[in-house]
Design a protein around this ligand. Structure first.
Ligand code: UT7
Length: 332
């Protein structure tokens, strides 16, 4: 048996957004905010919202079906399903197991991964190890979020920021020198308090009191997360580029986490990339946590902004605090 590691790439990609769109103008009627504040402070103009009866697994399932089709892969060929999410359908079973059932991937193992908005990069990193060693051939990595379900719709600090959606990728072997060239993950638990859903777990179980106090909704210290994000986006991107063996000048396209246009612009500036080389969709989708990066990647590929052979940097940060980055030489 050879010790040589397989090259690993994205064989197919897909995304799904629920139909309903909530504009800033509509949010103006819900909380004390203005379209002007939201656009100038964040860049967000609208977000998609899942129906009452739609959970993260439903969004994930639709995205997974599209990725399978794009990869020309049957559900039975999938060895593992990883769903990165902070809004699982329930504590257990995992959302990944529900997706496994929904798509009929009966040969797949399945688990959820909790790394906040960095979840998709974390998932890709995990998948890469299994494919590299030859243990698995095809892995579905999905970022899926129904964040509208865990927002406090009376808190203007958070409810204007987030949206629902899912993106999925089929990960498998590719040609030498192509595909996922590097990944980098990091965490800082000290900053966990800045972005959290405190209630509903084993620390603060759901009680009438905890629900009344809305402890099952997102709490965020926006300016602390902002400072961290600006710092980490640049550092994490640079680290992934260094590990890839390429340099900054070689990068063709940046697919960043979609939290705030000011954070993205700061990262692009430090990386000396003009904004037409940076994917931005938060104006239409808001921040979809673990779904933001795969949805943006799917869109960029479909719009022809990423072509075979292009060097793409993906970078994200989020609850944990966590961060993750990756350089891909697009192999499709
Ligand atoms: O995926 C990772 C998760 N999150 C993030 O990445 C978020 C990172 N942080 C941010 O994007 C920004 O910090 C925010 C967009 C959340 C906030 O922008 P900011 O420029 O840092 O504003 P701020 O928190 O300093 O608040 C400025 C003011 C405050 O009023 P006072 O206290 O100065 O009177 C807020 O109450 O803006 C007020 N404010 C709003 N006003 C109108 C906060 N939210 C709103 C709102 N509409 N929706």
């Amino acid at each position: 048996m050879s010790n040589k590691l397989n090259a690993v790439g994205i064989l197919g990609i897909g995304s799904y957004l629920p139909e309903k769109i909530l504009t800033n103008q509509e949010i103006e009627k819900i909380v004390d905010t203005t379209n002007e504040w939201i656009v100038t402070r964040t860049g967000i103009g609208a977000r998609h919202i899942a129906d009452e009866n739609m959970a993260a697994s439903d969004l994930a399932t639709e995205a997974a079906k599209k990725a399978l089709k794009d990869a020309n892969t049957l559900p039975e060929e999938i060895d593992l399903i990883i769903v990165a999410t902070v809004t699982p359908d329930m504590h257990f079973p995992s959302t990944a197991c529900i997706v496994q059932m929904n798509i009929g991937a009966k040969n797949a193992a399945a688990f959820d991964l909790g790394a906040g908005c960095s979840g998709f990069i974390y998932g890709l990193t995990v998948a890469k190890q299994f494919i590299e060693t030859g243990m698995y051939k095809k892995i579905l990595v999905i970022g899926a979020e129904a964040l509208s379900k865990v927002l406090d719709w009376t808190d203007r600090n958070t409810c204007v920021l987030f949206g629902d959606g899912a993106g999925a990728a089929v990960v498998g072997p590719t040609d030498e020198g192509m595909g996922i060239l590097s990944t980098y993950m990091g965490a800082d638990g000290e900053g966990g308090k800045f972005l959290t859903i405190p209630g509903g777990g084993s620390r603060i179980p759901a009680t009438l009191e905890s629900v009344k106090n809305k402890l099952h909704t997102i709490k965020m210290d926006g300016s602390e997360v902002f400072k961290f994000a600006v710092r980490i986006m640049n550092r994490a991107s640079q680290e992934a580029i260094d590990r890839s063996g390429y340099s900054l000048e070689d990068i063709n396209y940046l697919v960043p986490h979609q939290a705030n246009i000011r954070i993205i612009e700061a990262a692009a500036k430090k990386l000396k990339l003009p904004m037409d080389k940076v994917h931005v969709n938060l104006n239409r989708f808001g921040n979809m946590s673990a779904a933001s990066i795969p949805v943006a990647l799917d869109e960029a590929v479909r719009q022809g902004k990423i072509k075979k052979g292009d060097l793409v940097v993906m970078v994200g940060f989020g609850a944990g605090l966590t961060w993750g980055s990756s350089v891909i030489k697009w192999n499709k």
